[in-house]
Design a protein around this ligand. Structure first.
Ligand code: C5P
Length: 221
């Protein structure tokens, strides 16, 4: 059908989801936010008071979980066992511990299987940490998006829900801590694929980044 798969990886707050969503919309592709899947699992575990150390219990529950990503205007909606959780999975409570659950090897295998199925028919823009390396190693376009920690903290700060009291420094520390966990975990850590194109977006606008990626897709196709 002439469609490609596009993998977009990078650290927290690099703007991957905004960019991936827009690229998908420009190409009429489906956007898949894999971080939302790890967040949905984390939200469920917090709600049921299951700790990341309780690996067997986590896995038993994960296998029965129904996670759905539904394309919606302006992005995607996330459903957990039929209940919409798009908002709550973005809370700082979930953000603070998601990297602890996402280290669990069999949990990753389970989600990666789901993600691969979503991309079988091509025409998917998927963002995450291990898409180009593990989930879709054959993706036709692979982008590794980065930006300085300060810039990423600043971007998050600007989009923050003003009811959450947090300083820019605090955000920067939280982002740096999550990067560290994501980069140092044993199973498919955050790392750029050898054949990924690295985009440092520190001083690029969203439009520029989107244009750049769309152009690469056109060239490949
Ligand atoms: O992309 P987002 O910041 O929403 O991802 C939340 C967390 O989910 C990441 O910090 C990481 O621990 C985990 N994640 C992952 N692999 C992915 C996507 C997200 O481990 N492909």
């Amino acid at each position: 059908n002439g469609k490609l798969n596009v993998a977009i990886d990078g650290p927290a707050g690099a703007g991957k989801s905004t960019v991936a969503r827009r690229v998908a919309s420009k190409l009429s592709y489906v956007y898949v936010d894999t971080g939302a899947m790890y967040r949905a699992v984390t939200y469920y575990m917090l709600r049921h008071e299951i700790k990341p150390e309780e690996v067997d219990t986590v896995l038993a529950h994960v296998r029965k979980l129904d996670i759905e990503l539904i394309p919606a205007e302006g992005g995607q909606k996330v459903f957990l066992n039929g209940e919409e959780v798009s908002g709550p999975i973005r809370s700082r409570e979930v953000t603070g511990v998601v990297s602890l659950y996402s280290q669990i090897e069999d949990l990753r295998h389970h989600l990666v299987e789901m993600q691969r199925k979503m991309a079988l028919r091509k025409g998917v823009v998927m963002d995450g940490r291990d898409i180009g390396t593990t989930v879709l190693p054959d993706a036709e376009v692979k982008i590794f998006m980065t930006a300085s920690v300060r810039e990423r903290a600043l971007r998050r700060f600007k989009e923050l829900d003003k009811t959450e009291e947090v300083t820019l420094d605090q955000l920067e520390r939280e982002i740096a801590a999550r990067d560290k966990l994501d980069q140092e975990r044993e199973v498919s850590p955050l790392r750029q694929a050898e054949d990924a194109f690295v985009l440092d977006t520190t001083s690029m606008s969203i439009d520029e980044v989107v244009e750049h990626i769309v152009t690469r897709c056109m060239e490949v196709r």
